[in-house]
Write a protein that binds this ligand. Structure first.
Ligand SMILES: [Ca+2]
Ligand SMILES: [Ca+2]
Ligand SMILES: [Ca+2]
Ligand SMILES: [Ca+2]
Length: 474
């Protein structure tokens, strides 16, 4: 194309020519149906974070549902695999009680086949993790994250106490900290339920975030609790329609609602519902609080991708304080704290949550007095005793007390530094660079070898610990 333009420019009759460049709209992924059907993504501010914020494959979102289309081109890259299990050898290699559980487990039929025979699980998973910007299908909220799809529902969409409870245990045991539950029943019908309650309490005790659909009965879940959304500690999600208003024709409500997200209008106009992945590599519309919940699971996946050390409490604070307050001012019975707003959430997290990266050079370079390399760091070398320091660098998003410790590989603490609140050189908001000369607390140069640097920052009872290695070279 460039060549053609050049040729035209050399012609006497054409004064001006250039290639017909292709420009893309900024702020929208290029997925086929994004602009036409995914109104829900624009409603939650996805365009405002795309493409800067994406999911990390280390972050596992568990979807306990009817399974997943393992071959779906918009999902296939995201599907979790069990690295400790050898496929198809009829042996439970990782000794977890499940034979050949490569992609998870089918807890309703007790097999390793998690293929989706209902549609619901594939649809829910796509909302959370469908690959964005691959010129195909749809964009999920947390494209790039991993999805662990555990089949606990049969082809009719029915789950059991044990299928749900066992799936929850599996998710916890396999390192997932975000669990989406797009199902439920009113407590009146499951009044003796204990298994699920116990499993969720264990998940919460393991720092999992558990997200549940509020239910589609247009009922008040304070007077008629909906299990599991009504359980303490679970993030209960209500639905809004295509107009961004509470979906009062189906969504449950009540003081127990934490937050709301798009679930579709549910009035028979499919384009006002939520478009997502379907089995057999297809796509389709569904509506319900089941669709609202995985939007929340997706944003949590993004928050954890951006700040892997974020606590569950900080995740909830971030989501609830950044939600778009609708309806009555403040938290209310229909929107909870408000409608999910992913850009606001990322912004809130950046400015309010204590985290920070500690970056250090991984090698403590040693220089002689005249700048020459490779002098001895750890004497005795009376002819060449001077060396350059290294800098431990970190950033605080709020004031915090900071401890820095350096340990030898054998565990001996060789150096420490403390910064109390008000000590601007190390504990105030912002960037800090702390010099380490390579000497221990007694003023002697340490031996060469690997050392571990620990940073412990504490603010209002919230603690962040970061570690990194440093190599001291002779
Ligand atoms: Ca196994
Ligand atoms: Ca095996
Ligand atoms: Ca896509
Ligand atoms: Ca409100």
């Amino acid at each position: 194309m460039e060549q053609v333009a050049d040729d035209f420019e050399s012609s006497a009759t054409i004064i001006w020519a250039q290639p017909n460049y292709i420009y893309t709209l900024q702020g929208s992924p290029n997925d086929t149906y994004y602009l036409g059907y995914q109104w829900n993504m624009r409603m939650i501010q996805f365009d405002d974070i795309f493409p800067n914020i994406t999911g990390n494959s280390d972050v596992i979102i568990t979807v306990i549902d009817s399974g997943i289309d393992l071959d779906h081109p918009d999902l296939v890259e995201a599907i979790w695999t069990n690295a400790n299990e050898i496929p198809n050898n009829s042996i439970d290699d990782d000794n977890n009680g499940y034979v050949d559980d490569i992609y998870g487990w089918n807890f309703i039929n007790d097999t390793n086949d998690i293929d989706d025979d209902n549609n619901h699980g594939t649809h829910v998973a796509g909302i959370a993790v469908a690959k964005a910007n691959n010129q195909l299908g749809i964009a999920g909220v947390c494209s790039g994250c991993t999805v662990m799809s555990l089949k606990a529902a049969d082809q009719n969409g029915d789950l059991t106490s044990t299928s749900i409870s066992n799936a929850l245990s599996y998710a916890i045991d396999n390192g997932s900290s975000i669990i989406n539950l797009s199902f439920g029943a009113h407590q009146a019908y499951v009044s003796q339920e204990m298994l699920i309650k116990n499993s969720i309490d264990i998940a919460l005790a393991n720092n999992c975030l558990v997200i549940a659909a509020a239910g589609n009965f247009a009922q008040n879940i304070d007077t008629n609790p909906f299990i599991p959304a009504s359980y303490d500690g679970v993030i209960a999600v209500a639905a809004v329609n295509e107009s961004g208003l509470f979906a009062d024709n189906y969504s449950n409500y009540g003081n127990r609602i934490d937050i709301s997200a798009p679930g579709g209008s549910g009035i028979g106009d499919s384009e006002q519902d939520i478009f997502s992945t379907f089995p057999n590599s297809t796509y389709d519309f569904l509506h319900g609080t089941s669709m609202a919940a995985p939007h929340i699971a997706g944003i949590i996946g993004l928050l954890v991708s951006v700040y892997p050390d974020i606590s569950p409490t900080d995740v909830k604070d971030t989501l609830f304080n950044s939600a778009n307050d609708l309806g009555d001012s403040g938290k209310d019975d229909f929107y909870g704290y408000g409608l999910l707003a992913v850009k606001n959430a990322i912004t809130y997290l950046d400015s309010n949550v204590l985290i920070q990266d500690i970056t250090v050079s991984t090698t403590l370079k040693v220089f002689g007095p005249n700048g020459e390399n490779s002098s001895i760091l750890n004497g005795p070398n009376p002819f060449n005793p001077i060396q350059e320091a290294t800098f431990i660098q970190y950033e605080l998003s709020k004031d915090a007390t900071v401890e820095l410790h350096i340990h030898s590989i054998s565990g001996e603490k060789v150096w420490s530094r403390y910064f109390g609140l008000g000590d601007v050189s190390g504990s105030s908001t912002g960037f800090h660079s702390v010099e380490w000369s390579g000497k221990n607390n007694f003023g002697n140069y340490v031996a060469s070898g690997p050392y571990l640097i620990y940073l412990v920052a504490n603010s209002d009872g919230e603690t962040v610990i970061k570690t990194t290695k440093i190599l001291v070279l002779k």
